[in-house]
Design a protein around this ligand. Structure first.
Ligand code: NAD
Length: 487
């Protein structure tokens, strides 16, 4: 064991950057804490502009070789990465849970299999990408998907490896090289990914990982002139910084941001289903960008809904995320808990009523909270809390429901509970949202476009949309004449 390794539940994790196929340490470090009990996991290399520049240099140097690697070979290596993820699934699951506090059972059965799937899906999709050639007055048009160059990928802490690989996989599949900067509150699984990728035969410099703070190494990466794409998942304020830096170099950016999504419950809905959908919004302790945190219920069923919701939410077990029977783990960090509690206490001071919760628990746990008596223009209705805090408002007509649903600056997702197909179609057509779920929630398929409208994001990821972003499309027009072999 060296100074540069920490151990989580017997799993060794290198605490250094991964640049040009080598581990690189920084002079400075930052402390990584476990949200489960606040214990120190270790000291992680704290990158600066120097490591950012080195990583971009490595990505730039590796680009021509990787871009020229036949698509089938790139796909084969990405499948080998997926194999490695599957082989180390238990390690990845326990390290991620210890690092960010999300449920071990979700990591084992949902999230980490999905990480492997990200690599398999984009490897396979790459091989199916295409456009039929077409003819213009006897000239052939051929559209090709050229890799763009070094890509900087910046990711948040709420689903660290899943969100990172959702970008890494298509960027690499397309033939680009990557510099990934994971969030400083959950840096560990990215380091394991470096080990897995190296073992899978990904050439040195194709994937680089730098650790550290956004304002330091992150901002140096997004303002680097040799970067050809920036893909970011995180908060709106950070997105504005990144978009401004990118603008200076005209670097294309993809932004997946926050939300304040509505769950519309109509009187004609299956109320038990609607309650299940509402309680599901506490998943991952509410730290889900897509969470439908604004429950809008038709007035005639609001009392019944609230009472069934309260009964159901009382069954949720909050506790150690490593315990299979736990439903809600801790929040990520003391700062995040303060932020959550600040939102709730200000809402209560402004007249909101906590039907359940409304307070902190032990350590970094926040009691699942439902607030009523909230005004549409209040902070608690308009701003993303990113914790287990839901609001409930009522409506008396479909028009009012749609108006309330659309009345925030966000537009990431919306969920509808209704028994009326015509209503579902009518309402869906009017909602501003990148994803609408009808009588379901969180059914996700990588073939679908994913992203947000308004302040929830710019661009879409998934399927061909990911390759639209990570490729420079080229149309080659070839004349029928001028060929020596035709005389
Ligand atoms: P954040 O914006 O604070 O940080 C995200 C990442 O950006 C981190 O890696 C951070 O180090 C980096 N960063 C910070 N400042 C930077 C700068 N100036 N330059 C470059 N990089 C910088 O977000 P967070 O708190 O980690 O994540 C929570 C947010 O992410 C929530 O708003 C949530 O809704 C959003 N989110 C969105 C999606 C989506 O797909 N739409 C998914 C998950 C999370």
């Amino acid at each position: 064991m060296t100074d540069h390794t920490l151990t989580v539940a017997g799993v060794a994790v290198d605490t250094r950057h991964w640049i040009g196929g080598e581990r690189v340490a920084s002079a400075e470090t930052f402390t990584d804490l476990s949200p489960i009990d606040g214990s120190t996991l270790g000291e992680i290399s704290r990158g600066t502009a120097t490591e950012a520049a080195a990583a971009v240099v490595a990505a730039k140097a590796a680009f021509p070789g990787w871009a020229a690697t036949p698509a089938a070979e790139r796909a084969r290596i990405l499948h080998a990465v997926a194999d490695g993820v599957e082989k180390r699934l238990e390690d990845l699951a326990i390290v991620e849970t210890t690092d960010n506090g999300a449920l071990l059972r979700s990591h084992r059965r949902g999230v980490m299999p999905r990480v492997a799937h990200n690599f398999r899906f984009f490897a396979d999709w790459l091989l199916r990408l295409g456009h039929d050639d077409f003819d213009t007055r006897g000239h052939t048009n051929h559209v090709s998907w050229d890799p763009a160059g070094p890509c900087v990928l910046i990711t948040p802490w709420n689903a660290p490896l899943m969100l990172a690989t959702w970008k890494v996989a298509p960027a690499l599949a397309a033939g680009n090289t990557v510099v990934l900067k994971p969030a400083e509150w959950s840096p560990l699984t990215a380091s394991l990914l470096a080990d897995i990728a190296a073992e899978a035969g990904l050439p040195a410099g194709v994937l680089n990982i730098v650790q550290g703070y956004g304002a330091e190494v992150g901002s140096a990466l997004v303002s680097h002139p040799d970067v050809r794409r920036i893909s970011f998942t995180g908060s709106v304020p950070t997105a504005k910084h990144i978009a401004a830096s990118a603008a200076a170099n005209l670097t294309p950016v993809s932004l997946e941001l926050g939300g304040k999504s509505p769950l519309l419950v109509f009187a004609d809905a299956d109320l038990d289903l609607a309650v299940d959908l509402a309680v599901e919004q506490y998943d991952n302790a509410g730290q889900v960008c897509l969470a439908a945190t604004r429950i809008l219920v038709e007035e005639s069923v609001a009392e019944e809904f609230t009472s069934r919701f309260t009964e159901k939410a009382a069954l949720l077990r909050q506790g150690d995320p490593r315990d299979e029977s736990t439903d809600i783990g801790p929040g990520i960090h003391a700062r995040q808990l303060e932020k959550i509690d600040g939102f709730v206490q200000r809402a209560v001071a402004a007249g909101a009523r906590a039907v359940i919760g409304g307070h902190r628990g032990d350590g970094l746990y926040y009691a699942p909270t439902l607030l009523t008596d909230v005004a549409q223009d209040s902070e608690i209705v308009q701003e993303e809390v990113f914790g287990p805090v839901l609001t409930l408002q009522t409506f008396t007509s479909e028009e009012e429901a749609v108006r309330l649903a659309n009345d925030t600056r966000f537009g990431l997702a919306a969920t509808l509970a209704t028994g009326d197909r015509e209503r579902a179609a009518r309402v869906t057509a009017q909602l501003v949202a990148g994803t609408v779920w009808v009588n379901c929630f969180f059914v996700r398929d990588l073939q679908a476009p994913f992203g947000g409208s308004r302040h929830s994001g710019v661009g879409r990821e998934g399927g061909t949309w990911s390759f639209d972003f990570y490729c420079d499309l080229k149309n080659t027009v070839t004349a029928p004449k001028g060929w020596r072999d035709h005389g």
